[in-house]
Design a protein around this ligand. Structure first.
Ligand SMILES: NC(=O)c1ccc[n+]([C@@H]2O[C@H](COP(=O)([O-])OP(=O)(O)OC[C@H]3O[C@@H](n4cnc5c(N)ncnc54)[C@H](OP(=O)(O)O)[C@@H]3O)[C@@H](O)[C@H]2O)c1
Length: 387
């Protein structure tokens, strides 16, 4: 594997830290160009010093002074603000890890694609909100998207990229989250602490709540639709509580090819980091005799209405997926701040989708306008709930 230049957008988060952990295993293989964070100055500074990154960018401009103090004498170039993150994505490294959480990651992801980079995509919200525009930007500029989400990375590894017409079905597996066996009555009093405690994976707060509502699987369905051109009717979801099979591709002859592994994000990240090569990881190896059994069950749309909301938004297309994502981001943040209950999250997304129906976005600015307005509508729906 030749030396690769790397930028990590969202270096202080769960995916960003796992990427840094892999780079630290074989630092001579990677040249770290830029690292970004939003508010975690200490985490960013530590990562810059550990990797010798040339650039450090903090999203919150008010923290520029703190970053300068934390990196004094390091020789790293420093900047602040959302535009500085976009600049870091556009310049420098050939390989970019997109691991910012939420639609806030969309501008830098688009900048990296427009600059023809290879983008390892963890930031699913950007693809949900602006899927068609992002895929077009990748094609038009010769950029490459490598899926990092474990399910999409699994599909990417099993997929016949030269002949998608040979594929009968893609099966996205889902752990079912921490409340997979709970009734809706029991879910009504779920706390943020319970919701972020995922049974199989260790992840950031937002995606952990999305896993608990199963909106995560809905977002992933939309993500798969854009990344793998087989059509919505060939995308299925299957609950598989052990998270050993990360997803499967069924071919027209009945063959099913699956990718398996222990639930550790460093495996799909390493695949994207080394692609088209492979690299060693410190991940625990899969011992199927120890796992003993693999269970499967259909997803329950009644207890987890977020799945159907996402499928309907994808089927309707246009602005619907961007509205779904924006309303969900607002509702999850409000739930984490204890302003609404767990079951209110999907209710607010539904309400926002019902009350807001703008035309399909044609430009990135249209997407941002829809995202902003959907957040205002979601906030208004939350006020009604709070009354
Ligand atoms: N965690 C997983 O295992 C996993 C698996 C599959 C997919 N994903 C996807 O990967 C993405 C990242 O997830 P995560 O769990 O790593 O999230 P996380 O732990 O919350 O980290 C988010 C990162 O984004 C930065 N950030 C937050 N808000 C920002 C903003 N407005 N502008 C710029 N940067 C911002 C954070 O900086 P600060 O630390 O300074 O706040 C942090 O570096 C999400 O889209 C998620 O769905 C995650």
């Amino acid at each position: 594997m030749s030396r690769k230049s790397v930028t990590i957008l969202g270096a202080t988060g769960s995916v960003g830290s796992s990427t840094l952990n892999l780079i630290a295993q074989t630092p001579d293989r990677f040249d770290v160009v830029a690292l970004t964070a939003q508010r975690d100055v200490a985490g960013l500074a530590a990562a810059v010093r550990a990797t010798g990154a040339r650039q450090a960018v903090i999203g919150d401009p008010a923290l520029y002074g703190a970053l300068k103090d934390a990196l004094a004498g390091s020789g790293a170039e420093m900047s602040a603000g959302p535009d500085a993150i976009v600049d870091a994505a556009r310049t420098g490294a050939d390989w970019t890890m997109a691991s910012i959480v939420g639609c806030a990651g969309l501008p830098p992801v688009m900048a990296a694609l427009e600059a023809g980079k290879t983008v390892a995509l963890a930031n699913k919200e950007s693809l949900v909100s602006a899927g068609a525009l992002m895929m077009a930007a990748a094609t038009d500029n010769g950029a490459r998207l490598l899926p990092v989400d474990s399910e999409h990375n699994a599909i990417f590894q099993c997929f016949d990229h030269d002949a998608p017409e040979r594929i009968a079905r893609i099966v996205l597996t889902a752990s079912g989250g921490p409340f997979r066996d709970w009734t809706r009555d029991a879910m009504a009093s779920v706390t943020p602490e319970q919701a972020v405690k995922h049974p199989n994976w260790s992840m950031g707060a937002k995606i952990s709540v999305d896993s608990a509502t199963m909106m995560n699987k809905g977002l992933e369905l939309i993500e798969a639709f854009h990344l793998f051109p087989v059509g919505l009717d060939r995308l299925d979801i299957l609950v598989h509580r052990q998270s050993v099979i990360h997803s499967m591709v069924e071919y027209i002859d009945g063959s099913v090819i699956a990718q398996l592994g222990t639930p550790d994000m460093r495996t799909p990240i390493a695949y994207a980091l080394a692609w088209p090569d492979r690299m060693e990881t410190p991940c625990e190896r899969l011992d199927l005799a120890k796992v003993g059994r693999l269970d499967f069950e259909p997803a329950d749309d009644i207890r987890f209405p977020a799945i159907a909301l996402a499928r309907d938004a994808l089927a309707a297309g246009g602005a619907r997926p961007a509205i779904l994502n924006a309303a969900n981001e607002q509702a999850v943040a409000a739930f984490l701040a204890r302003r609404i209950g767990f079951l209110d999250i999907a209710a607010i997304v539904r309400d926002t989708l019902e009350r807001y129906d703008p035309p399909a976005p044609r430009t990135l600015d249209d997407v941002f306008a829809i995202d902003r307005e959907a957040r205002i509508r979601a906030d208004a729906a939350m006020e009604t709930i709070a009354e």
